[in-house]
Design a protein around this ligand. Sequence first.
Ligand code: ATP
Length: 261
Amino acid sequence: MITFEHVDVVFPDGFKGLSDVSLTIDRGEFVAVVGLSGAGKSTLIRTINGLVPHTVGTLTVGGRRVDPRNKAKLRALRSQVGMIFQSFNLVDRISVLNNVLAGRSAYTPTWRSLLGWYRPEDREIAFQSLERVGIVEKAYQRAASLSGGQQQRVAIARVLAQDPEVILADEPVAALDPPTAHQVMRDMRRIQQELDITCIVNMHHLDVARAYADRVIGMRGGEVVFDAPVAEATDAAIEEVYQRSLTAEDVVAERAEEGGS
Ligand SMILES: Nc1ncnc2c1ncn2[C@@H]1O[C@H](COP(=O)(O)OP(=O)(O)OP(=O)(O)O)[C@@H](O)[C@H]1O
């Protein structure tokens, strides 16, 4: 489904962000990418939707080559690959529903998006997406009025409205308190399994990675230095990735209770 073959990223200043990465990620896998700050986690996931252009090697998503220089192909790729960010990236002053409808923009003529004239079927998809993340009752509230956990759920709904094959998430729960982080990750995991979406998620905290991922990729200095099923991502294995002992800050608090906001 996603393949990296000997992929390098060299930034314009000459810094090598990725070095000889070869990986295959199957459809429906939930992959956590871990590593210390600056290890190359964001760079890795951003090459998948062409946000960071790879400079050497071959990268394919769903059998199609990622070609960062081909704008039409990039647009098509990005309609299939949704992205979620640490800071949610919602438009604060518009409604939750309109934020989610933005996920339909790849399927909507620009004039309709600009006027906010979405088709009834797009509105239906947006409502269904909000139902999946459990906040349909917030549809007409301004995005800014929601809690952090709710805002990240809106961002997930926006990506779902895109009908993606792949979701990339760059530290999606780093801005949330530990119980809320677990609740949002639990939702992501459930939805990913229900819809058979491939998820690749960067995260700092090991307990979150271990609780929700199928597979853990460890990075250091732009290289993949660990890649194994989650059961093998032991403390000793991650200490090897980090090249130091684990600290309490590498692991968040215990799991949240079921329910909650
Ligand atoms: N546009 C750029 N130009 C030059 N160097 C860059 C650029 N973007 C990232 N880097 C460098 O590439 C390295 C990897 O960055 P990246 O953001 O992928 O790390 P990360 O593992 O996601 O870190 P963090 O957890 O802090 O977000 C860092 O040393 C960073 O400074």
